[in-house]
Design a protein around this ligand. Structure first.
Ligand code: MG
Length: 171
């Protein structure tokens, strides 16, 4: 049984994950419209990943006999000046999500809810990956600077990303 506080915090995280999904979908369609198919593809997959994160939290709340409450999703930005701007916004956003996950870990410990603390470990590790990946793409984009050929190559590389559902969800 989840405490009321824990249930509320997990539901807030479900909303945060859907907001992330919406943010990345917005980036995807922005770059699709600008003809950068690879960047659009990378963010479309990020959109799917964030929905999976929300689903993992929802499944978990349900597995503990809790109630999932879906709240409205706030509006997201709609345009970015460049892929670099979008990936910098991605890194900043993921750093915020990391802080949210850390807060959840603190709350789980305070509530002596070790099942939830244990579940959150997957997200702790996932956030390390999210930040590292965004930073890696930022580094590449900075390396090519304004080179059109460089951007073309990176766009091709990002086009190769495919979606793999997290094991946490398919298990
Ligand atoms: Mg996420």
């Amino acid at each position: 049984m989840l405490s009321e506080k824990m249930e509320k915090a997990l539901n807030a995280q479900v909303n945060a994950e859907f907001w992330s999904a919406y943010l990345y979908l917005s980036m995807s369609v922005d770059f699709a419209a600008k003809g950068m198919k690879g960047v659009a593809n990378w963010f479309a997959i990020q959109f799917q990943e964030e929905q999976a994160h929300a689903q993992i939290f929802m499944n978990y709340v349900l597995s503990r006999g809790g109630k999932v409450t879906l709240a409205p999703i706030e509006a997201v930005p709609t345009t970015w000046d460049s892929p670099l701007a979008a990936f910098e916004a991605t890194l900043a956003h993921e750093q915020k999500v990391t802080a949210l996950i850390n807060d959840l870990c603190h709350l789980a410990e305070a509530e002596k809810d070790f099942a939830t603390a244990n579940k959150l470990i997957w997200f702790v590790n996932e956030q390390v990956e999210e930040e590292e990946t965004a930073q890696g793409i930022i580094d590449s984009l900075k390396m090519v600077d304004d080179s059109k050929m460089g951007l073309y190559m990176i766009d091709k590389e990002l086009a190769a990303r495919t979606y793999v559902a997290p094991a946490e969800l398919t298990a």
